[in-house]
Ligand binder design. Structure first.
Ligand SMILES: [Zn+2]
Length: 166
């Protein structure tokens, strides 16, 4: 087919994002291999990324495993009505989860917060996994509420943190 002509020599697998089990279309190709709009680390993807993000949220698709957030993320007051998976996600800007509600599990295993991270007054109704998460700058969990277990083992806080008082 004509639209695949430039990739004629590539195998079927190489036409998809090479991140984990992701099978999304390729957005960019770097030395790590082809990546889709979610997993690409190209800063210029921001506008298109926002469109995809809004669509995912509308579909209650909260699988952000390994996603590279080009400008950080604004989930202030957001209600995650299903499991939220931010494992190994990278936030290249402020990660704003203030007052967010997590009904299902909240998986931030290995997430990298390269700018400020705000979870102030957020509410976790199910287990929260912050193992191996890396917080590069100011981190705020003040008045965050963990109803079930919250695991911060091996998490790295490089700067000031304000933790939950409850
Ligand atoms: Zn992908």
């Amino acid at each position: 087919m004509a639209e695949y002509a430039p990739d004629a020599a590539a195998s079927e697998a190489e036409r998809h994002c090479a991140h984990g089990n992701c099978k999304n279309k390729i957005y960019s190709t770097r030395k790590e291999g082809p990546r889709c709009i979610l997993h690409s680390d190209m800063p210029d993807k921001a506008a298109k990324f926002d469109e995809v993000l809004l669509l995912m949220l509308a579909n209650r698709d909260f699988n952000f495993e390994g996603v590279w957030f080009p400008k950080g993320a604004d989930f202030e007051d957001f209600h995650f009505t299903a499991n939220a998976n931010f494992a190994n996600a990278i936030f290249q800007g402020e990660a704003e989860f203030g007052c967010a509600l997590f009904d299902g599990s909240a998986n931030f295993y290995g997430a990298q917060f390269n700018f400020t991270a705000n979870f102030g007054a957020s509410n976790f109704s199910s287990p929260a996994d912050f193992r191996r998460a890396r917080f590069a700058t100011r981190t705020q969990f003040e008045e965050a509420r963990f109803i079930e277990d919250a695991d911060f083992s091996s998490a790295v806080f490089s700067a000031e943190r304000v933790l939950s008082r409850s």
